[in-house]
Design a protein around this ligand. Structure first.
Ligand code: PLP
Length: 398
């Protein structure tokens, strides 16, 4: 922790490790030259295990939303029936993109804070059998819910075997295990500014052989976002258009750091930080927003209690160097969100809890100093198997 840097605990963009910042400042290279081709090759092969795929991945210079748009316009035609399962604001956005390009969208609207219910999906797919695609959100950043994708994916594969499953994992992929091929998922979208520890600017999109085949007959308009152009160009070590080279440097370094830590280590760190965040916020007296059976491992949302004004609370947190995110859409002023993805460390979560304690006490809330930090630390230590002595210490005082 650094007193000259805020503790940026929003769910992306995430803080950058020092080596990632440094490589972002490097001189440009020829994006049609061998050095670029080598870097692109490293990034593509380094990412595939995190997608859980042996299929082609495309890297597009665009925000995550552009990646979602690419998923739609490359695989669908105007008039295609699409089933959008929305569990929050980003699920709504995915559905809106499909509708914007002329798909005939039916939406399953799940109560915010809940995960997609496979039984409801089953009912809809039994009732209607013409869907060309099903849209799912892996990690709904607006509510702090992580959908267990294998469950809805299995229902689609069983009842609508020809439907494509398009998944928004902008804020999930890289932080938690994902097995695109094994789960029968067709398109997965992620973004450089989330788990990959890089600046915003790149969307990474993996497509199954079925999805690549669908692109040959899909008729929605596309040029810049044409994934076939990206795939073909990647095969020659290039991108079809001039890419965000500095962000590619960063993703290259981010993946190098993730490989050095090992995927299992990356996932365990996210799990520990998520558990710590949930326990700490609960100890502070906040009610967690998401159904905890489906709690996200990259972002935690908590309800703002009556009488706690978000603007005033947030201003105090910021003054002490902690940057959280407020609620989005209909949750504005009702919840706040704490991001724990990318380069996040347990120490950063403990630091956040300490600031939340100070600030809560300063604003007249009843909080015992140290209680949130202790609860967060116990939760993380329990995951690392150190349950007995730590639980005993916590039980004796906290
Ligand atoms: N989908 C999810 C789940 C997200 O969290 C985000 C961004 O926070 C997006 C899509 C959109 O990404 P971008 O803001 O880069 O367009």
């Amino acid at each position: 922790m650094d007193r000259f840097e805020p503790n940026l605990r929003i769910p992306g963009p995430t803080g950058l490790p020092p080596s990632v910042r440094e490589v972002g400042a490097r001189q440009m290279i020829n994006h049609r030259g061998p050095e670029f081709a080598a870097m692109l090759g490293r990034i593509l092969s380094g990412m595939k295990p995190f997608f859980g795929t042996s299929s082609d991945v495309a890297i597009v210079t665009t925000a995550g939303t552009g990646g979602l748009e690419a998923a739609i316009v490359n695989t669908l035609s105007p008039g295609d029936r699409v089933l959008a399962v929305s569990i929050g604001s980003f699920g709504d956005r995915f559905a809106k993109i499909a509708r914007t390009y002329g798909a005939d969208v039916t939406k399953i609207e799940v109560e915010w804070g809940q995960a997609a219910d496979p039984a409801v999906l089953r009912g809809e797919l039994q009732r209607e059998n013409g869907y060309k695609a099903v849209l799912l959100t892996h990690n709904e950043t607006s509510t702090g819910v992580m959908n267990p994708i294998p469950e809805p994916a299995a229902v689609v594969r069983e009842l609508a075997p020809d439907a494509l499953i398009l998944v928004d994992s902008v804020s999930g992929l890289g932080a938690v295990p994902f097995e695109m091929d094994a789960w029968g998922v067709d398109v997965v979208v992620t973004g450089s500014q989330k788990a990959w520890m890089a600046a915003p600017g790149l969307a990474m999109i993996a497509a199954s052989p079925r999805a690549w085949a669908a692109m040959e007959i899909a008729t929605m308009p596309r040029l810049y976002l044409d994934l076939r152009a990206h795939r073909d160009s990647h095969a020659a070590g290039q991108t079809p258009w001039t890419p965000a080279i500095a962000v590619l440097y960063q993703v290259d370094e981010g993946i190098r750091l993730m490989q050095a830590e090992g995927a299992a280590g990356v996932f365990a760190r996210h799990e520990a930080c998520a558990a710590a965040a949930r326990a700490g916020l609960t100890a502070l007296g906040f009610e967690l927003f998401a159904d905890q059976r489906f709690a996200s491992r990259t972002v935690t949302a908590a309800l703002l209690p009556d009488g706690l004004d978000w603007k005033a609370f947030n201003a105090e947190l910021k003054r002490r160097g902690l940057v959280l995110a407020g609620g989005q859409g209909k949750l504005t002023g009702k919840i706040f969100r704490l991001g724990h993805l990318g380069s996040v460390t347990l120490e950063e979560i403990l630091g956040a809890m300490s600031v939340l304690e100070f600030t809560s006490i300063g604003m007249g809330r009843t909080v015992r100093p140290g209680s949130a930090v202790a609860a967060a630390q116990v939760a993380a230590l329990e995951l690392s198997g150190l349950t007995t002595p730590v639980a005993a210490v916590a039980g004796s005082g906290a």
